[in-house]
Design a binder for this molecule. Structure first.
Ligand code: CLR
Length: 264
């Protein structure tokens, strides 16, 4: 068998043995993940761009700042759960995810869904004035004052700023977020090998997309953000535990069930 019969074309950089194998499967997987992402984002990019001029006024910010801690937490927990719901839907549409046992699907969502929300948040982040699209308008860190977790808010905004600098396109973000979800190193997995097999394919899809975009150098920069994501999510859980000690009944009866199931 010659090289070209094996699908190797020496003059076609796409099929070089020494770069990334662009099997039809890898390409199809990438396309499928991109479609799933498009179908499950809360807002389209054009909508978000068009709304950039809508910023909360001083008076409106003051209203959020004057809310009691528990009320603001409950409110944000609901907003956050909405965003998480879309990520759950995205996960279900990643080829291979639904074939994992239910325990592992939940374990992956418990540790990964918040990370994906935070990556997706960069789509709704305006670096020009450090604001994020929240509750219908763009909001700065000060709006979240009454949550009493300024360190977490500051970390989340700083992360968004840094990730925005990488200027990921929608396709790159789609496959990167799939890779965050399909992670064999998460706690409490029953069938790690199976998750690892799906992960290897998603990783190839990401390399393929970056290769196609001529942006292979992004890969390392993306991997560098992963520990930052982890520490923010750990901080989120820590804050929730603190809040639950102060307001157990609010969490018990007013927080969304999805939020409690994944983070509580
Ligand atoms: C994420 C993208 C969503 C819209 C949205 C709603 C709520 C925001 C969230 C984004 C980002 C994270 C956020 C959250 C409200 C509070 C939370 C700013 C922008 C911070 C990290 C505080 C966490 C503690 C809460 C659970 C109270 O489409």
């Amino acid at each position: 068998m010659t090289g070209s019969e094996m699908g190797f074309h020496p003059f076609d950089p796409e099929s070089s043995f020494f770069s990334y194998p662009t099997s039809l499967q890898t390409e199809e997987l990438a396309a499928s993940i991109i479609r799933s992402h498009k179908e499950t984002t809360q807002y389209r990019l054009e909508e978000l761009q068009a709304l950039r001029w809508k910023v909360f006024s001083r008076e409106e910010v003051h209203i959020y700042q004057s809310k009691p801690v528990d009320e603001m937490w409950q409110y944000c927990a609901v907003r956050l759960s909405d965003a998480v719901q879309y990520v759950v839907e995205f996960a279900k549409r990643i080829p291979g995810f639904r074939q994992l046992c239910q325990n592992d699907q939940i374990a992956l969502l418990k540790s990964g869904s918040m990370e994906v929300v935070l990556v997706r948040m960069t789509r709704m982040f305006n670096t020009a004035n450090n604001t994020v699209f929240f509750d219908g308008k763009y909001a700065g860190t000060e709006l979240f004052k009454s949550l009493a977790c300024s360190d977490l808010i500051a970390a989340v905004f700083e992360f968004a700023n840094n990730l925005c600098a990488l200027r990921l396109n929608e396709q790159q973000m789609a496959v990167f977020t799939a890779m965050i979800l399909i992670n064999p190193d998460r706690p409490c997995l029953e069938d790690r090998e199976r998750v690892q097999r799906v992960r290897t394919e998603v990783e190839l899809a990401l390399r393929h997309i970056l290769h196609r975009d001529n942006q292979e150098s992004l890969l390392q920069k993306l991997y560098q953000r992963v520990p930052v994501l982890r520490s923010m999510c750990a901080l989120h859980i820590e804050k929730l535990q603190w809040f639950r000690q102060l307001y157990p009944l609010t969490v018990h009866s007013l927080f969304p069930p999805l939020y409690k199931e994944l983070f509580g």
